[in-house]
Design a protein around this ligand. Sequence first.
Ligand SMILES: Cc1cc2nc3c(=O)[nH]c(=O)nc-3n(C[C@H](O)[C@H](O)[C@H](O)COP(=O)(O)OP(=O)(O)OC[C@H]3O[C@@H](n4cnc5c(N)ncnc54)[C@H](O)[C@@H]3O)c2cc1C
Length: 467
Amino acid sequence: MSVDTVIETLRGQLGDKVVVTDADAIAPWLTDWRGRWTGASKALLQPSTTQEVATIVKACNEAGVPLVAQGGNSSMVGGATPNPDGGSLLLSMRSMNNVRMLDAEAGTVVAEAGVILANLHDTALKRGLRFPLTLGAKGSATVGGLVSTNAGGTQVLRFGTMRGLTLGLEAVLPDGTIHDGLGGLKKDNRGPSLDQLLIGAEGTLGVVTAALLKLAPAPVARSTAFAGVKSPAAALRLLRRMTDLVEGFELLPHDSLEAAQRHMDVSSPLASKHDWYVLVEATQAKGQEDARALLERLLAYAMEDGLVEDAAIASNEAQSEAMWRIRDGLSDSEKQVYGLATQHDISVPVDAIPEFLKRVKSEIEREWPGSWVSGYGHLGDGNIHLHVRAMDRACEGWQESEGKEIGRRVHDLVTEAGGSISAEHGIGQMKRDELARLGEPARLTMLRALKAALDPKRIMNPGKLIP
Ligand SMILES: Cc1cc2nc3c(=O)[nH]c(=O)nc-3n(C[C@H](O)[C@H](O)[C@H](O)COP(=O)(O)OP(=O)(O)OC[C@H]3O[C@@H](n4cnc5c(N)ncnc54)[C@H](O)[C@@H]3O)c2cc1C
């Protein structure tokens, strides 16, 4: 059956509201968030129930027509962009946007795949709770996209990634079967977990339609500090003292702060200049130690021991926000101030970070004279956003030519350090070849075998993740 026949069959079954073929309505969803990939699709399918998703997947499976599940289209790796051949259909999950249940006593919520993260935050807050995962794309990223990329963000240190926050999933498998894992069983030993296989599968093994998620009590207060440190090694020692007490611990070099100051017109929270900085956040739930007193105490000890050179603690919410604005604006500021860069979302074991940062900087800058390496990120998670700037090499297409070679070298160094070429953004189409080149044989065998078993016709998000 051709793509056109499937579209007409689905239009007959589900109507024009679900099956959209107007090119102007489809166009905004065909290019990825970073503007690096543009695909094609003859239809945008917008189901609003699990049964409608099942109908779509079943029809596509029978006809062998590929489907690309899409949430907010904020993937950083081209994960939700269909291939340019126009042979796939785009499956938008944004119309499945109900919060089906919120149990404030149990601290759980069932959110459909299309619920936007910022809306989930608001819904939880109204009941005195919070969903403790946040990231820069919270205004667009959806529950389905977050689950399917096992997203992280700035609170992973305390609450874990989506894998740690997901208690169960409802999903449609590639043959159209509905999996209902929303029961919330604490113990369930009927073999490997389908939910766990779908988390981080990037839409290649099925379509997530809803998730049972953990909530945490909303904090009554938070305290944020910005501290100058000598080196990543000093920051790591500070982190070790604070790990179980704080929920955010971000590392950034002076270059990054300077870019933010120049681009966003923000001031440094500190009067003095330091080689590196950490942004630390502690929160306080009802009945817990005062968050500000906690940070003051921890930072005072660290200064006595020479781990921290200087520190400022926000004295109100506006100052906390100003500190986070610096962190959240780094990527854009660096782009505007320093120009072209290749960006690498990588992780290495936390203890290896100081040595890794030194090595990657010296090797890349030596091998590509005139390039400039710097990184910032979630130190507590071993996750660095490493940027290699083109400097005087900046020209159209650099990222795709020499930038690609540099990227491969960075990935070699990450692999040698025992790390991952994707810490939190996923593989998508951007890193698929690199996963094939560097993935351990057991991982590649598992990925290929799962795909062959669950999706033998390879209809789910072809060209992404699976090498
Ligand atoms: C400014 C910015 C900051 C970011 N910061 C972070 C960060 O700090 N940490 C982090 O982890 N990520 C971050 N990201 C990446 C991004 O937000 C995540 O990848 C997010 O999970 C994508 O959600 P989405 O709904 O936009 O998914 P999409 O981009 O639409 O899709 C992402 C992937 O999930 C699949 N998918 C989407 N919905 C479903 C579904 N219902 N069922 C099956 N598969 C599905 C898609 O096929 C695709 O492979 C950032 C992105 C931006 C733009």
